[in-house]
Ligand binder design. Structure first.
Ligand code: HEM
Length: 486
C-alpha cells in the first residue's frame, strides 16, 4: 500500500515536471525550460549582462533568430514580439486585448482585479470609455488643461529662479508638477507637498526595482514571507498604502462636499448615485485613480527630463531650439497651438521620445484565444510583451538610429513628417488615453524652460547618456545649471 502511494506520488511529480518543461507544439523559439523556473534563470542572467529586461529579450531574440521569442517565466508562458509587423498585430488584433492576472498585477491593483490598466472584457470597455469621456470633458487637450499646465510651468520657473545658484536636479520638480496636474483633474486639488515628495520617492524605487514581468515576486510570490524588503513586496505595499490614503481622503472630501467641481471623483460618484450600475463602486474608483497616477506621472515627467539631458548633451541643437522659440513666440507664454509653428522644437521632442523610448517593452497583454504570430502557435492565456523600443532603433526604418538627429522628423521644407513607425503611446484600442495631456505638458513645460534659461551641465561634466530601464525608462540622476537668457 505504502509502495503504491509512493509510486503514485513519484509518477505525479514526474508528470508535473515533464508538463512544466514541455513547450506547446510550434511555440516560438527561445531558451530551454527547466522545472519550476522555466527560462527565468537565463533571462535573469541576460538581464544582468545587458542592464535591462528589454535589452535581454532583444539579445535572446537575436540569438534564436526570431521575431517572436518564446519563454517561460516561473509558470507563466510569455512571448515577446519584435518587428513592426508583429508589434502592430498585437496592438491592433482583438485576441491580444486581454491583460494577465498574476500575483504581481493584483498586488499593484490593491489586491483585486479592478481599474482600467489591468482588467479586460466588459469591465475594461465600460471604464475605459467612461474615463476617456470624462478626461475629454474636463479639459484634456483643451484650454482648461492648458491653464493648469501653464500654472505648473510658473511654479517650475519660480523653483528654478530660487535655486539656480546651486546645481539643480530637475527630476523632482517635474514629477511634482505632473502629479499635481493629474490630481487636479482627478480630485480637484493639488497634493500636499511633503506627502507628494515621499510618494515620488517610492515611485522611483518601484520603477527601478521591477521589470515589466514583475521580477522575483511574480515568479515566486511566497518569497514575500522570507525577504519582504528585498523582494520589493514591502515597497509596493507601502506605496499602495500611501496613494490609497490620498485617494480615500479625496473621496471623503467629495462625499461631504468639501471639494466641489467637475473632477473625475465627482463624476464617478454621481454615476454611482444616479445609475444602478454594478461596475461602478468605490473600490473601482480607488483603483482607477491609482491607474491614472501610476500610468501618467513618471512617464510624462521622464520625457521632459530626457529632453533637458539632450539639451546639455547637444549644445548646438539647444541653440537651434532656443532661436526658433525666441523668433516665433518671443516672450509670450507658450501654449499647445504654438506646436504648429515650433516645428524644429516638435521634431526635437519627437526625437527625444524615439531615442529614449519611455515604454520600451509595452504590455503585458493576455491572449484571449489560441492564435498565431509569424506562424508560431500562441496558446490562449499566454502573456505577450511588445518590444516597441526595438522598432524605434530598427535600421530598416531609421537612418543611423543610434544618433540623436531631430531633423529625421522634418521634410526638406522643414515641415513635420508624419511617421507610422513610431509608437511612444502604443496604438489600437489600448492606446494610451493620457497622450494629449502628456503631449501638452511636455511641450509647454519644455518650451517655457528653454525660453527663459540656457541649460548647461554642472562643471562641464556631461551626464551619462544611457538610461536606467526598469518598468519604464528614466534618466540617471544628473544636475544642471540654469543660466538666464539675457
Ligand atoms: C509620455 C507619457 C506617457 C507614455 C509614454 C505612455 C505610454 C503608454 C503606453 C505605451 C500605453 C499602452 C500599453 C499597452 O498597449 O498595453 C499606455 C497605456 C495607458 N496610459 Fe499612458 N503613457 C503616458 C502618459 C499617460 C498619462 C498622462 C496618463 C493619465 C491620464 C496615462 C494613462 C494610461 C492608462 C490608464 C493606460 C492603460 C490603457 C488601457 O489599458 O486601456 N498615460 N500608456
Amino acid at each position: 500500500m505504502f509502495a503504491t502511494l509512493v509510486a503514485v506520488l513519484v509518477i505525479t511529480i514526474f508528470g508535473y515536471i515533464i508538463n512544466t518543461i514541455s513547450k506547446p507544439r510550434n511555440f516560438p523559439p527561445g531558451p530551454k525550460w527547466y522545472p519550476f523556473v522555466g527560462s527565468s534563470a537565463v533571462v535573469q542572467k541576460t538581464t544582468m549582462q545587458y542592464g535591462s529586461q528589454w535589452k535581454a529579450f532583444s539579445n535572446l531574440a537575436k540569438e534564436y533568430s526570431t521575431k517572436a521569442l518564446g519563454l517561460k517565466l516561473g509558470s507563466e508562458q510569455v512571448v515577446v514580439v519584435f518587428g513592426e509587423k508583429n508589434i502592430r498585430q498585437v496592438f491592433t488584433e482583438k485576441e491580444f486585448e486581454g491583460r494577465p492576472d498574476s500575483f504581481f498585477i493584483r498586488l499593484r491593483c490593491l489586491g483585486k482585479r479592478l481599474g482600467i490598466t489591468f482588467v479586460d472584457g466588459p469591465m475594461w470597455r465600460e471604464h475605459r470609455q467612461f474615463t476617456v469621456k470624462h478626461l475629454k470633458n474636463v479639459g484634456f487637450g483643451k484650454t482648461a488643461m492648458e491653464k493648469e499646465i501653464q500654472n505648473e510651468l510658473a511654479n517650475i520657473l519660480e523653483y528654478i529662479e530660487k535655486n539656480r545658484k546651486s546645481p539643480i536636479n530637475p527630476k523632482l520638480i517635474l514629477a511634482m508638477s505632473v502629479m499635481n496636474i493629474l490630481w487636479k483633474f482627478t480630485a480637484g486639488e493639488r497634493i500636499e507637498q511633503e506627502r507628494l515628495s515621499y510618494i515620488l520617492e517610492l515611485f522611483t524605487k518601484r520603477s527601478k526595482a521591477f521589470s515589466i514581468a514583475g521580477g522575483w515576486l511574480n515568479l515566486w510570490p511566497w518569497i514575500r514571507f522570507i525577504i519582504p524588503d528585498l523582494s520589493g513586496y514591502n515597497l509596493i505595499k507601502n506605496l499602495n498604502q500611501q496613494i490609497s490614503d490620498i485617494i480615500k481622503d479625496a473621496i471623503i472630501k467629495h462625499k461631504n462636499g468639501t471639494v466641489q467641481g467637475s473632477d473625475f471623483i465627482y463624476t464617478f460618484l454621481q454615476e454611482m448615485k444616479e445609475n444602478n450600475n454594478n461596475f461602478f463602486h468605490e473600490e473601482q474608483l480607488n483603483t482607477i485613480c491609482l491607474d491614472i497616477l501610476i500610468a501618467g506621472s513618471q512617464t510624462t515627467s521622464n520625457v521632459v527630463e530626457f529632453a533637458i539631458l539632450c539639451l546639455i548633451r547637444y549644445k548646438a541643437i539647444q541653440e537651434k531650439v532656443y532661436h526658433e522659440i525666441k523668433s516665433t513666440i518671443g516672450d509670450n507664454e507658450p501654449n499647445w497651438t504654438d506646436s504648429n509653428r515650433l516645428l524644429y522644437t516638435m521634431a526635437f521632442l519627437l526625437e527625444v521620445q524615439r531615442f529614449y523610448t519611455i515604454v520600451p517593452l509595452a504590455g503585458p497583454r493576455r491572449v484571449l484565444q489560441d492564435t498565431t504570430i509569424d506562424n508560431y502557435y500562441i496558446p490562449k492565456n499566454t502573456t505577450v510583451l511588445l518590444a516597441v523600443g526595438d522598432v524605434h532603433f530598427d535600421t530598416e526604418i531609421w537612418d543611423e538610429p543610434h544618433k540623436f538627429i531631430p531633423e529625421r522628423f522634418l521634410d526638406s521644407n522643414g515641415n513635420l513628417i508624419k511617421t507610422d513607425h513610431f509608437y511612444p503611446f502604443g496604438m489600437g484600442r489600448r492606446r494610451c488615453p493620457g497622450d494629449s495631456l502628456a503631449k501638452s505638458f511636455i511641450f509647454i513645460t519644455f518650451v517655457g524652460i528653454v525660453q527663459k534659461y540656457k541649460v548647461e551641465s554642472t562643471n562641464g561634466v556631461l551626464p551619462p547618456e544611457e538610461p536606467i530601464i526598469g518598468l519604464i525608462s528614466g534618466a540617471r540622476p544628473f544636475t544642471v545649471e540654469f543660466i538666464p537668457r539675457s
